[in-house]
Ligand binder design. Structure first.
Ligand SMILES: Nc1ncnc2c1ncn2[C@@H]1O[C@H](COP(=O)(O)OP(=O)(O)OP(=O)(O)O)[C@@H](O)[C@H]1O
Ligand SMILES: [Mg+2]
Length: 237
């Protein structure tokens, strides 16, 4: 099912006296259970598109339709609620809170997402998601004792703990070595399929494209290609 539509989206920034159009009319549809990878040169507008889709900044023109609702006409409080309850985020660095254990990071996220679960149920959810990402044996560990790949697994668990509909990931493997990148990507792919999430992911790494269902290449604020990953030529990245 198509649950996310980016419709004729434009974004203009004003830098001093100069107005610069960074997104020049983007149309994109994302489906449940699929990973869409966004690639393109540095500065082509990938992160801008991702943050606009996630309601972290407004569009200049065009609309974002999520579950049939136009997010661009919602109040900022309504957008915040959608973001907190329906979206998950993963970035290049895990950004874990240094003085909280793995389990506590996830409990905190349940509070932020205004979870209605009782404490006992929250703890069960934390155990369930940690098992899913293969980190249940480290639930009482602090971030400083985890490897980069393990931290990223916890960050993914944190992004998924409130059962979001959409996962936004901006270069989630950029700080990892090749093996850990593959582990993290295959985890994102698995979770997208098994939990039927819609995933939009920015990446620079050509090797990660084999984990995507669609590849969107951006160039200078426009979509250059939009293809099924199995049809994509290797040089596309
Ligand atoms: N808030 C802002 N104000 C002004 N210009 C901005 C702002 N955010 C982004 N830009 C500009 O928009 C362009 C696209 O930035 P964006 O971060 O989307 O690129 P990107 O494709 O994610 O690049 P990278 O691969 O380096 O992360 C850049 O030229 C950037 O300087
Ligand atoms: Mg970027």
């Amino acid at each position: 099912m198509e649950i996310f539509t980016i419709d004729k989206v434009r974004k203009t920034f004003i830098n001093g006296e100069v107005e610069e159009e960074i997104l020049k009319g983007i149309n994109l549809t994302l489906k449940e259970g699929e990973v869409t990878a966004l690639v393109g040169a540095s500065g082509s507008g990938k992160s801008t598109l991702l943050t606009i889709a996630a309601g972290l900044q407004p569009t200049s023109e065009g609309q974002i339709i999520f579950e049939g609702k136009n997010m661009t006409v919602m109040s900022s409080e309504q957008v915040r609620k959608v973001r907190a309850s329906k979206f998950g985020f993963v970035f290049q660095f895990a950004h874990l809170v240094p003085f909280l254990t793995v389990a506590e990071q996830l409990m905190l996220m349940l509070d932020v997402s205004e979870s209605k679960l009782k404490k006992q149920e929250q703890k069960r959810e934390v155990d369930r998601i940690l098992k899913l990402v293969g980190m249940d044996h480290r639930k009482n560990a602090y971030p400083s004792s985890l490897s980069g790949g393990e931290k990223q697994r916890v960050a993914i668990a944190r992004a998924m703990i409130h059962k979001p509909k959409v996962l936004f990931a901006d270069e989630p493997t950029a700080s990892l070595d090749s093996k850990r990148s593959k582990d993290v990507m295959s985890l994102i792919q698995d979770l997208t399929k098994t939990l039927n999430i819609t995933t939009l992911m920015v990446t620079h790494d050509e090797e990660m494209l084999s984990y995507a269902d669609h590849i969107i290449k951006m160039s200078d604020g426009l979509i250059l290609y939009n293809k099924d990953s199995n049809l994509a030529p290797k040089e596309m990245a």
